[in-house]
Design a protein around this ligand. Sequence first.
Ligand SMILES: [Zn+2]
Length: 311
Amino acid sequence: MKNKIFIVFVALVVLLVLLLAVFSCMNRGPEMQQRMTSIDPQPAAAPFTPAVSDTVPDLHFCKTINGRETGRAVGAKGKFWTNGQTLKIGFIGGSAAQRKYVTDAFAEWAKYVNLNFTFPASGPYDCRVAFDPSSGSWSYVGTDCRTIAQKSPTMNIGWAGNDVALHEIGHFLGLLHEHQNPTSAPCWNREAVIRDLSGPPNNWSVAMIESNVLNPALAGNVITTPLDPISIMMYSIPGAWTCDGKGFPGGKLLSGVDKTFIAARYPKPAPPPAETVTISKADAAALLSVLQNNAAAADTAVVRFKKLTGQ
Ligand SMILES: [Zn+2]
């Protein structure tokens, strides 16, 4: 009798444990489902994905340093590097993550230019990238970097973002600000631009605002296309800054024009033409017949083919 009571008691305990387990799973089901669906699928064909760009405040503007504003793409004449050359990139400080989004950005530009970017352990360097958060984001333009002492940076990434790195590297390659395209610069609300950029976070002087935003590049000093509102070299322009209230989205990735423009400045060598030989139609038919119908005679056919073509 005692054994039966004990068996029944054990059975009830097991049943209770099972019920609790099932109840627990029912409660956790929706949570697990939510977790599963919260993982965004990766876009299959995304060529380059900004990782941390959303941390950039809207009104942070890059400034070019001593950049002689020399147009949809605006390239500074005389400041492009020599096509085909190797450019050495060095870092002044920076975390592994910061260095990675800069190297990733160089790799993105490298797809379209005939330049070789290397990251040697020691200098001299053509481009020296610092990450001083108090200095804003800026870069010297193209070969102007040669005029800077090796111990000093030629580029500063003042806030996180692959798009910022892409933009500053555009300057390093010789590109200027797209919003200063002399062919079709925005119609500025000068007072609003000066009011906003003279205050935090930029705190720029009027001269700095004019040289980096308001003054278009001198048409004779630049190579341009029509204004490209999504160029990586075009910053996000609020509507309050233009005379017609029309803003510009700015670029987060290299636009199609960015790619073709820079590829034209640093053209990759054309692939060698495919080797072709000309033989008579009758000989071609005979050769094809042998190759298709008699594999054992293929070697003989190849010898004959070589004789026909003089190879
Ligand atoms: Zn810039």
